[in-house]
Design a protein around this ligand. Structure first.
Ligand code: F6P
Length: 365
């Protein structure tokens, strides 16, 4: 069964539904099964560098299973190896503060740390693990772009929001005979756009893995209009890129774990369709609606199973590993395998083939 005395827990990177469900599962198992103390680190790695934490009791984690966000707070600007520090002149310089993390970990007497996060958090976790911190990873992200797990928690909840939005856009699009462009998140991976587009019956799905041609989009919406289908729905991933163009970047901020903030492709698509086809177009950007609110039942259960398994791995001293969903089973993999590459949409995966099979365009024909 193993042993645990003092277990740390941290949520890193962007939030998503299911974080609190993992915190609850980790804390309840650690307290109930191992009689351990649980130390919650505040505001992600930023709080770790600054030495901010508090003890989590059973009372702190009760009633949070269905609550969105994270009771611990999080940040996507606190990479300890790439830490932004403001000088007296207001200038930001990037420094390595990883030794402060190690110092706090030792001072707090932790025997292991559960790090809940996506790609950025797992990269940081691997480096900290090589420096001697006993880390177990839990894969979170609405983007679903982590290798070595079939799914990350948070993805299903984002998918639910995006699909519902497309359903709602359908009715207003058909009433007004418009082209509706809906931009979803996902960073460099098209999972949300692909699965929400498929579930919502989008006419065009645009994802970063399949660069699109403007002509192909125009042809599709015009053909639909000529065939009497007087509206079209386009579901576009924020990272989707035209064959002859660049990814649309909203902001570059060196303090972020990933400096680039994507967004804006839907506006460009909407404007170009109106200009080149004369069809009336409206644009909806779902943004952080996909990250807020309650986790779906699937995500609550996945998060709970992940949290329980992570606690077991910590007690068994299986450090440097990340919990992972493989088929229907919760297993564990090396964190370094999970970050070996980004999990992108294969162009011949079943979802892409099925979408093409029912007449959906990916803007490449
Ligand atoms: O990684 C999750 C995610 O929501 C991406 O889909 C998106 O590109 C990014 O985070 C947005 O980050 P922020 O919350 O900093 O705007």
């Amino acid at each position: 069964m193993g042993k645990l005395n003092r277990l740390g827990i941290i949520t890193g990177g962007g939030d998503c539904p299911g974080l609190n469900a993992v915190i609850r599962a980790v804390a309840k198992s650690a307290i109930d099964i191992y009689d351990a103390q649980v130390i919650g680190i505040e505001d992600g790695f930023e709080g770790f560098v600054e030495g901010r934490m508090r003890e989590l009791t059973e009372k702190d984690v009760s009633g949070i299973l269905s609550l969105g966000g994270t009771i611990l707070g999080t940040s996507n600007k606190g990479d300890p190896f790439h830490y932004p520090e403001e000088g007296l002149d207001g200038e930001i310089s990037i420094v390595d503060e990883s030794t402060r993390v190690i110092r706090h970990y030792r001072r707090w007497g932790l025997d292991a740390l559960i790090a809940i996060g996506g790609d950025g958090t797992m990269h940081i976790s691997q480096k900290l693990s090589e420096m001697g911190i006993n880390i177990i990873g839990v894969p979170k992200t609405i983007d679903n772009d982590l290798e070595a797990t079939d799914l990350t928690f948070g993805f299903d909840s984002a998918l639910y929001v995006a699909t519902e939005a497309i359903d709602r856009l359908h009715t207003t699009a058909s009433s007004h005979h418009r082209v509706m462009v809906c931009e979803v998140m996902g960073r460099y991976a098209g999972w949300i756009a692909l699965e929400a587009g498929l579930a919502g019956g989008a006419d065009i799905i645009l994802i970063p893995e399949i660069p699109f041609s403007w002509e192909s989009i125009y042809k599709k919406v015009k053909n639909r209009s000529l065939r009497g289908k007087r509206f079209s729905i386009i579901c576009v991933a924020e990272g989707a890129t035209p064959r002859d163009g660049e990814m649309v970047v909203k902001e570059v901020d060196e303090r972020r774990t990933d400096a680039k903030r994507l967004g804006g492709i839907a506006e460009l698509i909407g404007a170009n369709i109106t200009r080149d086809t004369g069809l009336e177009t409206r644009v909806t950007v779902l943004g952080h609606l996909q990250r807020g609110g309650s986790p779906t039942p699937f995500d609550r259960n996945l998060s709970t199973k992940f949290g329980y398994k992570a606690c077991q791995l910590a007690a068994e001293k299986q450090f440097g590993r990340m919990v992972a969903l493989k088929g229907t089973q919760i297993e564990s993999v090396l964190i370094k395998d999970a970050i070996s590459k980004q999990k992108l949409v294969p162009f011949d995966c079943q979802q892409v083939l099925a979408a093409r099979g029912v007449g959906t365009s990916f803007g490449d024909d």
